[in-house]
Design a protein around this ligand. Structure first.
Ligand code: NAD
Length: 432
């Protein structure tokens, strides 16, 4: 099938690469010309495990092409996928729909034959109707259907998740459109786990899922606070809870609060939408408020470890919002750094993949090190803020020799607590 994908970011690029690998003819479209120029020149524009190899393979075979020309990407396509950003409005926190609406207007003129416009961006309920209306207004003669096709990939596992989807939710209002999406994923065979629902249900499923996961994280973080006071170990508690299949073991890892480009914006967008319908979402509202507060509390923990030291030097390990990605959008690490910078401190940070993206956000307000040991050099405390596996195998003796005082605040419980204590560190984790 011929597929056009509008938006070549963390969703659009892995989706394009994945669909090309499944055998489709894919054209990835992006408004940012430098991005397209880089991709055309064979330079991948974001980090995802396993993506680069498949990107080169499919670009070389001609199955995967790139353009900034909407017409080139959309004409003759059987399916046009919208994967543009829906960032939070800076004041209301509702989903900002300007990119989706603009893309709908731009693609409308170039539709040829029957086309399914599939919306992968995370969008408020009713967006399918709005996109349909825009396309109809711009091009009354167009033959098309709009479906909701929400994306559930986890950054850091995007390639794995594309090829091993837990579920593919399709919100199609016509059988014809549903059949086109079935054909798109037909190469998966039984693995596809497709669920066909009303378009508005599909749009809701995405927000309902992310808000639920965010609440689960908030829940275990509050349990971690309780364990710290009560003498229990949150890992043992989570393990015991997770054995109950009704609860499930996943998303019970305590940490500095959730972040990233999805959970904060999607919980806020869900709460905003519910308000519009006059529906109370007390659990989601509380989760948002407490999760925001948690970043500041985490910064205070780090500052406490440097109490009495004038202008302390803090070594930060990890800037990305989680391990396995270079994405720093709403990263807890970045928010903790922002809270720390309100005090007289100096920070030297290291991240295996996210130094460049972080630099765009905090610039020279902090220093950047070439590795964890350089970051630790002369620091009064080492703070672990992102769960990169690389940090698990740090040589703690070398870290101790680099630090001014052997203190670790491990907000991801990544390092081996007993080994750190044996080495003479004052080690503080979460919830134990
Ligand atoms: P992103 O910012 O990484 O990428 C969006 C891309 O769209 C950018 O490259 C931008 O230049 C391009 N774009 C915007 N307007 C355009 C236009 N009119 N024409 C062509 N290109 C245009 O965003 P993302 O992280 O890939 O997220 C995209 C959507 O998917 C969002 O709604 C997000 O909530 C949702 N989502 C993201 C994830 C994730 O893990 N990142 C997971 C599931 C769902």
């Amino acid at each position: 099938m011929k597929v056009g994908i509008i938006g070549t970011g963390y969703v659009g690029l892995p989706t394009g690469v994945g669909l090309a690998e499944l055998g489709h003819d894919v054209v990835c479209i992006d408004a940012v010309e430098e991005k397209i120029a880089a991709l055309k020149a064979g330079k991948i524009t974001l980090f995802e495990e396993g993506l680069e190899e498949l990107f080169h393979k499919n670009a070389a075979s001609g199955k995967l092409r790139f353009t900034s020309d909407m017409k080139e990407g959309v004409q003759n396509a059987d399916v046009v996928i919208l994967a543009v950003g829906t960032p939070p409005h800076p004041v209301t926190k509702e989903a900002d729909m300007r990119y989706v609406h603009a893309a709908a207007r731009e693609l409308a003129l170039h539709l040829t034959g029957y086309t399914v416009v599939a919306n992968k961006s995370t969008v408020p309920v009713g967006t399918g109707d709005a996109v349909e209306k825009i396309i109809r207004e711009v091009n009354p003669a167009a033959d098309f259907d709009v479906v909701s096709l929400p994306e559930f990939l986890r950054e850091g596992f995007a390639v794995h998740d594309f090829f091993n989807p837990d579920r593919i939710i399709v919100g199609a209002n016509t059988e014809k459109a549903a059949n086109v999406i079935k054909a798109l994923y037909a190469p998966f065979g039984e693995k596809a786990h497709m669920l066909f629902v009303k378009r508005r249900s599909s749009e809701t499923i995405k927000y309902a899922s992310n808000a639920f996961l965010a609440m689960k994280i908030h829940y275990i973080n509050e349990m971690a606070n309780f364990c710290e006071k009560s003498g229990a170990d949150v890992y043992e508690v989570a393990q015991g809870m997770g054995l109950d299949t009704r609860i499930g073991a996943k998303f019970l890892n305590p940490g500095p609060g959730y972040g990233g480009s999805c959970f904060p914006k999607d919980t806020n967008a869900m709460a905003y939408m519910a308000k519009g319908y006059g529906v109370e979402m007390s659990l989601i509202e509380t989760t948002i408020r407490k999760n925001d507060a948690r970043k500041v509390e985490m910064a205070e923990r780090i500052l406490k470890a440097t109490e009495g030291i004038e202008n302390p030097k803090i070594a930060v390990l990890g800037l990305a919002f989680k391990g396995g990605t270079d994405d720093c959008r709403e990263s807890p690490a970045m928010e903790i750094i922002a809270a720390l910078l309100k005090h007289k401190v100096s920070i030297t940070a290291y991240d295996p993949k996210a130094m460049d993206t972080a630099k765009k956000l905090v610039g020279d307000q902090i220093e950047y090190a070439a590795d964890a040991y350089e970051a630790a050099k002369g620091a009064d405390v080492l703070a672990v803020l992102t769960e990169w596996v690389d940090f698990k195998s740090l040589d703690l003796a070398k870290i101790k020799a680099a630090l001014k005082s052997p203190k670790i605040v491990d907000l991801r419980n990544l390092l081996d607590k007993s080994e750190a204590e044996q080495q003479g560190f004052d080690y503080q984790g979460i919830g134990r």
